[in-house]
Design a protein around this ligand. Structure first.
Ligand code: M6R
Length: 618
């Protein structure tokens, strides 16, 4: 959460930092701020509540070629001008930006207040500023004071600071897993950021900026115009080799779509094809996961699979549980990483834990993974971000290869996760000899159709727009599904609530009569997932129960269904498909419905309130 950008070089810092922050808004947008050291060596500060664009109206941009910026996702202290970063000391000698949580901030704050420091915000971040100030007042250099501060704070975070004067240097450090810092240097200039997109504004004019290094936990960097120096928190030099990142990794734009979310929904056919590339042989009809880290003996020794994730990735994990159980012959469980991390689960030599995450940085997921690692468990991750925490902790990564996802609502990474979970389940079944050849071939043949079928579905925009108009006025939604589609009902409800702010619940359809049925009346919209699978008749009964109570029903059916279509108010159709593809296909109409309802309600689709793309705090 929170985005950090720092620049030092021969150009004006403000526009570079401003553009970098705009690219990092997926990390939070409760407030934004930029501090620049002006030509007289003074720190000039501009802040705004809300989005980065608000900085445009904070008056004339200060001149200066060294500066720091921040876009905030609020943890300690509400979104306000006072709580916006950068935070400065009383005399505005130092400016600090921060991503993460200072766990011992209360204790530090009390001590600093006793020592005479005055605080102007409710944030934990402000203690960092005063700690650096304290070091400087004790005669330390800026670097030394920054390092000292880094040794005093507890928690998982990234911190960066600049100081007044003519030193033109930026210090940054990383503690724990919550906050990444990427550093790029070229001739006469350097940039730091929380994430690769921060580099984009410079990359467009200087291709050498593609050489980047990532800070590891406990590492610090001092960046000047001509030099980048890596150290540990004791000041010992660290050798670090930058690596080249591709333009594609960094470059993102809306490609003519109104929103990133729509663009990313439209990219789903390619995302699925890309997830299968070189992993599925459509001639031999086998799945070969060359990037799977376990040996054939280890795979044979598996006796259980546990899948963990949060939010949309948890919904993917729940579908994955069905797939793994059905095709690999292994018992499987799925659980929220935020619960898993605080249990004491048995992780035996035959347990395989699979974490799922778009970002690979979600704090709960990373903590759950670390616990598995500490217990000596076998751990893989399904992840979309190269170099993420998750991919570093896991024994191996099955990359989604969906391309960067900017919309806060996960879309293409969800279908990419489902694709990889299909591959994993088939691969385990195939490797363990429990999946007979005919079944394996049927599953692989089904996967071959997925990009085409998804392509047909995303092209149905007119239908989704029409239905959105019919349903946008409802304030309560129930999404019902069974079997593999129960988690898809939850995902449909999550998409709708997060981007339209409409109350929506996802429920296993069989559970409806145990409580939710009391909610049914003509003001409650029910979205019933009733594809033609082995549970179809059961869902039909549930839909009839809703209709008998005057509920309004929109059903997602298989093309050609004439049985249920007559009983419901509206129907959406997916093509006939094998059961393992149905969760992927049903997802598309639900995403599109949520998207168009949110548009009709005039919501900020790509950056819905209170959310952030990567949830790197607990
Ligand atoms: O990066 P991750 O997949 O680990 O993120 C987990 C959740 O924060 C994420 O899926 C969230 O629920 C999305 N906003 C859903 O659209």
């Amino acid at each position: 959460m929170c985005g950090i950008v720092g620049y030092v070089g021969g150009q004006e810092a403000w526009p570079i930092i401003y553009e970098g922050l705009r690219r990092l808004e997926y990390r939070g947008y409760d407030s934004a701020g930029i501090a620049v050291v002006d030509p007289y060596g003074d720190i000039q500060l501009r802040k705004t509540v809300g989005k980065v664009s608000g900085l445009e109206s904070t008056g004339e941009h200060p001149d200066g070629s060294v500066g720091l910026g921040h876009t905030r996702w609020a943890t300690h202290g509400r979104p306000s001008h006072e709580n916006a970063h950068p935070h400065t000391d009383c005399e505005q000698r130092i400016a600090v930006v921060h991503n993460g949580i200072v766990e011992n901030y209360l204790e530090l704050k009390r001590r600093l207040i006793d020592a005479g420091h005055e605080f102007g915000s409710e944030t934990d971040t402000e203690v960092l500023t005063h700690l650096v100030e304290e070091g400087i007042d004790r005669g330390l250099s800026f670097q030394e004071a920054f390092r000292r501060m880094g040794r005093m704070v507890k928690g998982s975070q990234a911190i960066s600071a600049i100081m007044q004067g003519d030193a033109a240097e930026i210090c940054a450090l990383r503690l724990g897993h919550a906050g990444g810092i990427v550093v790029a240097q070229s001739e006469g200039q350097a940039i730091i950021g929380s994430d690769l997109p921060a580099l984009l504004p410079l990359l467009q004019t200087d291709s050498n900026i593609g050489q980047v290094a990532f800070l590891e936990t406990g590492e610090m960097v001092v960046v000047t115009r001509d030099k980048v120096e890596y150290q540990d928190l004791e000041g010992n030099h660290i050798d670090k080799q930058p690596r080249m990142v591709s333009q594609e990794e960094i470059l993102v734009d809306k490609a003519g779509y109104q929103h990133f979310m729509l663009k990313e929904i439209m990219e789903q056919p390619q995302a699925v094809a890309s997830a299968m590339r070189e992993r599925v042989n459509f001639e031999t009809r086998r799945v070969d996961l060359l990037d799977f880290p376990l040996s054939p003996q280890e795979i044979a020794g598996l006796d259980r699979v546990m899948l963990i994730g949060c939010g949309t990735s948890l919904n993917a994990a729940q579908v994955g549980r069905h797939l793994v159980e059905r095709y690999s012959g292994l018992p499987a469980e799925a659980e929220s990483a935020s619960e898993f991390r605080y249990r004491d689960p048995y992780i035996g030599p035959g347990t395989l834990v699979v974490s799922i995450g778009q970002s690979g940085e979600t704090a709960d997921t990373v903590a759950g993974m670390q616990m598995v690692k500490d217990k000596g468990g076998k751990l893989i991750t399904i992840c979309n971000s190269e170099g993420s925490q998750a991919s570093r902790i896991a024994d191996g990564t099955l990359y989604m290869r969906a391309g960067i996802e900017i919309g806060v609502a996960s879309t293409k990474t969800f279908v990419a996760s489902l694709t990889i979970l299909n591959l994993l389940a088939i691969f385990l079944g195939q490797s363990r000899g429990v999946l007979d050849t005919a079944k394996r071939q049927e599953l692989v043949d089904g996967l071959a159709q997925a990009p085409r079928l998804l392509g047909d579905l995303v092209a149905n925009d007119g239908v989704y727009q029409y239905l959105a108009q019919e349903y946008a006025q409802f304030d309560n939604f129930l999404f019902l599904g069974r079997g593999m589609n129960a988690p898809i009902a939850t995902e449909g409800a999550l998409k709708l609530k997060e981007i339209s702010y409409i109350h929506a619940e996802g429920y296993p359809a069989g559970e409806m009569k145990h409580g939710p049925i009391a909610l049914i009346d003509n003001a409650m919209a029910t979205v019933a997932l009733a594809p033609k699978d082995f549970l179809y008749d059961k869902v039909v009964n549930n839909v009839k129960e809703v209709k008998a109570r005057d509920g309004r029903v929109l059903a997602v059916l298989t093309e050609g269904d004439s049985q249920l279509s007559a009983d419901v108010d509206h129907a959406l159709y997916i093509p006939e498909a094998p059961e393992h593809l149905i969760p992927l296909l049903i997802t598309v109409p639900l995403q599109m419905l949520a998207y168009h309802i949110a548009l009709l309600r005039d919501r900020d689709v790509d950056q819905p309130r209170n959310l952030a793309k990567s949830v790197t705090v607990e």
